[in-house]
Design a protein around this ligand. Structure first.
Ligand SMILES: Nc1ncnc2c1ncn2[C@@H]1O[C@H](COP(=O)(O)OS(=O)(=O)O)[C@@H](OP(=O)(O)O)[C@H]1O
Ligand SMILES: [Mg+2]
Ligand SMILES: [Mg+2]
Ligand SMILES: [Mg+2]
Length: 454
């Protein structure tokens, strides 16, 4: 695998520390979320989110009143509570995944290269799915929550999977026990196997053009996960076929690009590196956006043992302004069986892209573009492969709200209204930091396509 090329990454967003003196402070509240909440503040004409603590359960009305401050959405009444819960549960899921990935690496003392049915990634997949399902159901009521996810409960309920189920139940309970640290309410007593199986089996939505459902990819970038590399937890809310909010948890994608090289060497030469100070180093981030807000936000991962860092801040992220292909960096899947590297190499050459491709596992590619670390993401799966909506929904809304453009290779928007898959996708997925770059890429695709063997 090609490592992340840090020298080509540009981090353009100033990091405003939570300790910064605030102006215009206003507290937000939300239903059934206890412990903390987002507020938006301005400082030197920049806005950022603060997660502040509170100790009560509030009724839903204060959320409605304060939403204008949350993300400055033109439709402020929409999805505020959903976004708050989604960000928090993704934070919890990231913490769970980190625990599994860390134990996986420390056990073997080297990254794991294979995946089988009983692999830790499978356990992480199911555990995240159960946790997210349980929290969403608690927050919004079982009958109001519909989730589309990959995990298949049948495999977990059979007798010979009982060891697997025990591991999942333990992880879920450990994770839910920490819910209050993330501003959410956990169960009064630990869940039993049947509760966990029920939470997983509730994720049986098949999507479609009407109604509201969540699309969850509990561990996106399976290979990255088992290899101790990049992966993402992706959660999006889709209403009447349109993505209305997205959250991407990127446990190994740090807030600052210069920490990436630290992370990459972390497991290998831990003793030779002087770690950044604990308060300055955040190994991962969570990026989120709500439709129509024109804003995307990033916050560091929270940890129970880093509680002193609360209240914690989020900063706005924006796509890069680079529109000259010669200066642009393009991302693509690491695994060439997931996207044709030879086709993108030809295309890159024809539009004048000079830099080496940035090959990163998972939807972290969307995160990289949303915050200006790269300008283009192209994925051309082999003919016959159907992209799943959960592999893109959260990334797409984040990119769009951060100022970028996402279409298929024919220039049409991705269609999230047709069920589990992105039906009718023309050849591949093209994500660009701006319209100008996007136009150039789309124009070049037909020429390259006709002369390629794809
Ligand atoms: N054959 C094939 N072609 C194209 N895409 C495929 C293919 N098989 C799987 N997938 C889906 O791609 C997801 C991983 O995509 P990535 O961009 O992360 O690829 S890579 O891991 O960096 O190589 C991956 O998501 P996860 O399964 O969640 O990891 C799959 O949904
Ligand atoms: Mg995926
Ligand atoms: Mg997955
Ligand atoms: Mg998968």
């Amino acid at each position: 695998m090609m490592p992340l090329n840090c020298s080509s990454l540009v981090f353009r967003v100033p990091y405003i520390l939570a300790q910064t003196r605030l102006t215009n402070t206003k507290k937000l509240t939300s239903t059934s979320c206890v412990g903390s909440c987002f507020t938006t503040h301005s400082y030197q004409n920049k806005s950022f989110h603060i997660v502040s603590q509170f100790n009560q359960n509030y009724s839903s009305s204060p959320v409605m009143e304060d939403q204008t401050n949350l993300l400055s959405s033109p439709r402020p009444e929409n999805y505020s509570k959903e976004l708050i819960v989604a960000v928090r549960v993704v934070q919890m899921a990231c913490s769970l995944c980190q625990k599994v990935q860390d134990s996986l690496i420390s056990k073997t003392n080297s990254p794991v290269h294979s995946k089988d049915d009983n692999s830790p990634v499978t356990v992480a997949d199911w555990s995240v799915q159960a946790t997210v399902s349980w929290i969403l159901s608690e927050s919004f009521g079982c009958r109001n929550v519909s989730i589309l996810a990959e995990g298949d409960v049948q495999r977990l309920s059979v007798a010979d999977a009982s060891g697997l189920l025990d591991a999942v139940v333990k992880l879920v309970n450990d994770c839910l026990a920490e819910a209050t640290y993330f501003g959410l309410k956990g169960p009064d007593s630990p869940l039993g196997s049947s509760d966990v199986l029920e939470a997983i089996s509730r994720c049986n939505s098949t999507g479609g053009p009407t109604g509201k459902f969540w699309a969850l990819d509990p561990v996106d970038g399976t290979l990255g996960f088992v290899r101790g590399d990049q992966y993402a937890v992706a959660l999006a809310l889709i209403e009447d076929g349109e993505v209305v909010l997205g959250v991407l948890g990127c446990p190994n994608y740090p807030m600052k690009k210069e920490w990436l090289s630290y992370h990459h060497r972390y497991h290998r030469i831990i003793s030779k590196l002087t770690p950044p100070t604990s308060e300055s180093w955040d190994k991962g981030c969570v990026i989120y956006a709500r439709k129509g807000s024109g804003e995307a936000w990033m916050q560091p991962l929270h940890h129970k043992n880093k509680l002193l860092a609360w209240p914690n801040s989020a900063i706005p992220v924006r796509v890069s302004l680079i529109d000259n292909p010669a200066l642009a960096t393009f991302c693509e899947p690491v695994d060439k069986s997931n996207s044709s590297h030879s086709f993108t190499a030809g295309l890159a050459h024809s539009v004048g892209l000079r830099k080496q491709p940035l090959r990163v596992y998972s939807m972290v590619k969307y995160a990289a573009i949303a915050r200006g670390d790269a300008e283009i993401f192209m994925k051309f799966a082999r003919t016959g492969y159907k992209e799943k909506i959960g592999d893109h929904a959260a990334g797409v809304i984040i990119i769009q709200e951060a100022g970028g453009v996402v279409t298929d290779a024919g220039g049409s928007p991705l269609d999230f209204s047709k069920g589990i898959f992105l039906e009718g996708l023309d050849r591949g997925i093209i994500v660009c930091a701006g319209a100008k770059l996007h136009e150039k890429i789309i124009r070049a695709i037909d020429d390259s396509w006709n002369s390629s063997n794809l």
